[in-house]
Structures are given as structure tokens and as C-alpha cells.
Design a binder for this molecule. Structure first.
Ligand SMILES: C[S@@+](CC[C@H](N)C(=O)[O-])C[C@H]1O[C@@H](n2cnc3c(N)ncnc32)[C@H](O)[C@@H]1O
Length: 361
């Protein structure tokens, strides 16, 4: 799997080009976003194989010829656009990379998240590594971690955060639901229940289940509003709780659900949370963990996205968590007293693993 296991056979001249892509990466990123958001990629795409010259693009997108020209020329190096021929005035057509920047939902969710949530704070990545704190978070607000601020982020930042988060869970939840409900849990605790998306999906999937959402106070408020809007207040309740506090977890669950949740914590914290869960549940309670692991991805683009997402945790979210390798997370959970019983990999467009644990006997 992946480039990590093969020898470095790249020619020096190509490696040097890759190094320049890194050297100019923030500028290239902003150029790609401007090409997308000014409508330039769309306009070039609609021109088909005949392509457009700079002045036509400028007129159609309402930008200066200078502006269209510098962006399109940078777009060539990034292969967002290609030239129809080398003769005469350059005519630009859409490249394959440009197609994905323009049309692919995953690329859009990642780019908007990078721009709106991470871009300004990423400048403080090195500081964050040195201090073990999300030093970039100050550009969004003054909270110890992003989770305390999630319900207070500005609308655009919040929209990009949720679109990013939901983009991934949207594809995984439908495949996870039948696996979880094949064991018919009557009472399910959703730790890190966020907007109540899983709780609502679970109630729609199984008319008998009741769900308790456990999350930080700001989130719980938002979740309960969504639950009420769906007419499910009788079946979904919530417990405001910081899982890192010394408070014990409530008892009585037949199943515990933690989706894209443990990656918000360091491995030591994952063990502490798992211990709390183990202390609260009976031996036959199923504890589900849904996570995208970078070493279980089929596609290099997915591993790369997860490794980049780790750095969002470093500089924006909490300074100490990341997207994990499967085994390192399993080990941290089992140190807390939970034993792996079952693993389903490659759910949700190949990206997710669903792990089922039970309390160690
Ligand atoms: C990445 S979201 C995952 C949301 C949802 N489970 C999903 O799969 O889309 C992480 C959730 O964990 C919650 N969270 C983070 N730190 C927490 C803490 N210390 N105590 C309780 N909840 C926390 C956040 O508020 C957020 O709702």
C-alpha cells in the first residue's frame, strides 16, 4: 500500500520541483481557491476543448486581465488548467486536477475547512508543537480547545467545520447502522454526539432505541434543538459533560457509540476515557468506535487527508491529538479495560473502521 513502502526512486529534478511546490504551497492554495471562487475554473470548464484566452476569462468572470492572467498561469503549474496549444495566444482548458478542485465534494470540504478553519492559525503550527497547545486557535477565539468554542464560531467557520466533519460521517453512518443495530441495543449512549446526527439516524433506523448524547454543554444545547426539530425529544436526551473531568459516566447503556471522537484526545486521554466507559458498563455492553485510520485507507488521497487533519488537531483543536493508526488506538483503548471483539474496515467509501469492544472479563 502507498508510497511509504517503496524506495525513493524519484529523479532529483522532479524532487526539486516537489520541494518548490512545498515552498509556495500557501500561495498555490490561495491561488487554487481564488480560481475556484472567482468562477474561473468553471468558466474554463464550460469552454470545453476549445478553451479560452485570458481576456475572455477576465470578461466572463468580472476580473481584470491581470488578475485572470496571474491566476491562470499559476494554475498551469498546479495542473488545474492546461494549454490547448503552444501556438498563438494561450488558450486555457480545464485540467484533471482542476476538475477535482471544481467538482469533487471531498476536495471542496477539505479546501473550505483548510481555508476557513485552519489557514490563519496554521502559521502557529511550529509554536503549537513546541508548546503542546493549539497556538493557532487564538485567531478564532480564546478557548482552551476548539470544542468549547464550536457552538460560538462565526457562521462561515462553523459551516466549514461542520461540512468537513459531516462529509465524512455522512458516508459512514448508513453502513455502520445495520452493524450496530443487528445486536438490537435498547439504550445507546453517544459520547461526543455533536449535532445529534447519529442519534437522529439511530432513532430513524430503529423505532425502539433510546439515545443519550454526552457532550460539552454548548454542543448538547445545539444537539437538543436538532432533536426537537425532528420530533424525537421523547427518545433522545442529553448529558452535558466534559469527559476529561473526574465525573463518572452514567450507567445503563446497552451500547456506547464514539464516532470521530477518540481522535480528539491524546492516547493517554483515550485510555482514561476508555477506563471511565469500562467502569460504567456491564460485560455485555458493546462499545463501538468509528474512526478513519490512516493506515487502513485504500487510497493515498485519503491517507494524506488524514495526516493533514492531524495537524488541524495540533494547531487549532487541542494541541495533543491526531488521526491514529488502527493498532495504536486499539492498544490505548484496551489499556483502559476494553477488549476488541470485532473490526469492520473500509466502510463509508473505504475510509472508516468500525471497532466493537467489550469490557475485559
Ligand atoms: C469531531 S466531533 C465528532 C462528532 C460526531 N460524533 C461525528 O461522528 O460526527 C467531536 C465531538 O466531541 C466533543 N468533545 C470534544 N471534547 C470533549 C470533551 N472533553 N468532553 C465531551 N465532549 C467532547 C465535541 O464537542 C464534538 O461534538
Amino acid at each position: 500500500m502507498h508510497q511509504y513502502y517503496i524506495s525513493d526512486s524519484r529523479r532529483a529534478v522532479d524532487a526539486k520541483f516537489e520541494a518548490q511546490k512545498i515552498a509556495f504551497a500557501p500561495i498555490a492554495f490561495q491561488a487554487a481557491r481564488a480560481l475556484r471562487d472567482l468562477g474561473i475554473l468553471d468558466c474554463v470548464s464550460k469552454s470545453g476543448e476549445s478553451g479560452l484566452v485570458v481576456s475572455e476569462v477576465a470578461r466572463s468572470c468580472g476580473v481584470s486581465e491581470y488578475g485572470a492572467g496571474v491566476l491562470l498561469e499559476m494554475g498551469l503549474g498546479m495542473e488545474l488548467v492546461k494549454l490547448v496549444s503552444l501556438e498563438g495566444e494561450p488558450r486555457f482548458v480545464l485540467g484533471k486536477v482542476g476538475f477535482f478542485v471544481l467538482e469533487d465534494d471531498m476536495t471542496r470540504a477539505n479546501m473550505d475547512f483548510t481555508n476557513d478553519v485552519c489557514y490563519n492559525g496554521a502559521f502557529f503550527l511550529e509554536d503549537s508543537i513546541r508548546k503542546g497547545k493549539p497556538e493557532g486557535l487564538k485567531v478564532l477565539g480564546s478557548w482552551p480547545t476548539i470544542y468549547e468554542g464550536l457552538s460560538k464560531l462565526s457562521p462561515k467557520v462553523q459551516e466549514s467545520w461542520f461540512r468537513f466533519d459531516h462529509f465524512y460521517s455522512d458516508v459512514a453512518f448508513p453502513e455502520a447502522l445495520p452493524i450496530v443495530f443487528s445486536r438490537k441495543p435498547a439504550r445507546l449512549f453517544d459520547i461526543g454526539g455533536n449535532t445529534a446526527k447519529w442519534a437522529i439516524s439511530a432513532c430513524r433506523h430503529d423505532p425502539d432505541v433510546n439515545v443519550t448524547i454526552i457532550d460539552l454543554p454548548g454542543q448538547v444545547e445545539m444537539a437538543l434543538k436538532n432533536v426537537a426539530r425532528e420530533g424525537l425529544s421523547g427518545r433522545v436526551d442529553a448529558r452535558p459533560c466534559n469527559v476529561l473531568s473526574t465525573d463518572a459516566f452514567p450507567k445503563g447503556a446497552n451500547a456506547v457509540w464514539m464516532s470521530q471522537f477518540l481522535d480528539c484526545f491524546s492516547l493517554g486521554e483515550v485510555t482514561a476515557i476508555s477506563r471511565k466507559v469500562a467502569d460504567a458498563v456491564d460485560a455485555d455492553c458493546d462499545v463501538y468506535v468509528l474512526e478513519p485510520f490512516w493506515d487502513k485507507q485504500r487510497f493515498e488521497a485519503a491517507s494524506y487527508s488524514l495526516q493533514a487533519t492531524s495537524l488541524y488537531f495540533t494547531c487549532m483543536a487541542n494541541g495533543n491529538s491526531k488521526m491514529y493508526r488502527c493498532q495504536e488506538l486499539v492498544e490505548a483503548v484496551s489499556l483502559g479495560g476494553l477488549e476488541l471483539r470485532e473490526a469492520h474496515h473500509n466502510l463509508g467509501a473505504n475510509a472508516y473502521s468500525l471497532l466493537r469492544f467489550q469490557k475485559k472479563r
